[in-house]
Design a protein around this ligand. Structure first.
Ligand code: TMP
Length: 212
């Protein structure tokens, strides 16, 4: 039995992390074996890389090094967690994956798109999501949400290196995601991330039902 691999993507403050938790909880309630994970993270190595990448005070990281660190976290995540779980028939819900690298390091930082495509395939061991839910919303709305969360004061929700980037950077990310979605309409589902949590959750459930 092979499981399914679903990724949740979107620009800052799009609500995907809340939605992944709600979706995992409602699937588990219905007895569906589900596993929730995130990038960068998901493994001990991934969590250490996440700390380096997201902590604004940690050290200077150039765009090339940033790209390779995300790729390293992904390679370990796929090998150690995702592929074994898929083999067991689990439905995996992953908070960001390779599309984030195209959107952020490609469209956002301006790194070479062809190289990113090759690196993504290498680091994902050629694994592609069965379905990708893109939570789309205006940049200003998302950034306002992210700033509100950061003002909440929890260290893990403090404004990170990416949220601190300028407005145009985030516009490029949004455009990048929409470009990716337009190029692979069979894989992507675009969900209105500006809608209220309950409405978005219903839409997520409707999309996930297509997998069964
Ligand atoms: P999160 O805030 O959704 O947990 O994601 C962490 C940050 O890392 C977010 O700002 C997006 C960024 N990111 C990239 O720039 N490239 C990637 O490949 C991934 C997975 C995340």
């Amino acid at each position: 039995m092979t499981g399914r691999f679903v990724t949740f993507e979107g620009s800052e403050g799009c609500g995907k992390t809340t939605q992944i938790r709600l979706a995992a909880a409602s699937l588990a309630e219905r007895g569906i074996p589900v596993f929730e994970t995130a990038e960068p993270g998901g493994t001990p190595l991934g969590r250490r890389i996440r700390e380096i990448l997201l902590n604004r005070g940690s050290c200077t990281i150039g765009a090339e090094a940033e790209l390779l660190l995300f790729a390293a976290a992904r390679a370990q995540h796929v090998r150690e967690i995702i592929l074994p779980a898929l083999k067991e028939g689990t439905l995996i819900l992953c908070d960001r994956f390779a599309d984030a690298t195209v959107a952020y390091q490609g469209f956002g930082r301006g790194l070479d798109a062809d190289f990113i495509r090759i690196l993504n395939a290498f680091s994902a061991l050629s694994l592609k999501p069965d379905m990708t839910l893109l939570f789309d919303l205006p940049v200003a709305t998302g950034l306002a949400r992210a700033q509100k969360r950061a003002a909440g004061g929890q260290p893990e929700t403090a404004e990170d290196r990416f949220e601190h980037e300028d407005y145009d950077f985030h516009e490029r990310i949004r455009k990048g995601y929409l470009t990716l979605a337009a190029g692979e309409p069979d894989r992507f589902r675009i969900i209105d991330g500006a809608a209220d949590v309950e409405t978005v959750h219903r839409e997520v459930c409707r999309c996930l039902a297509e997998l069964s």
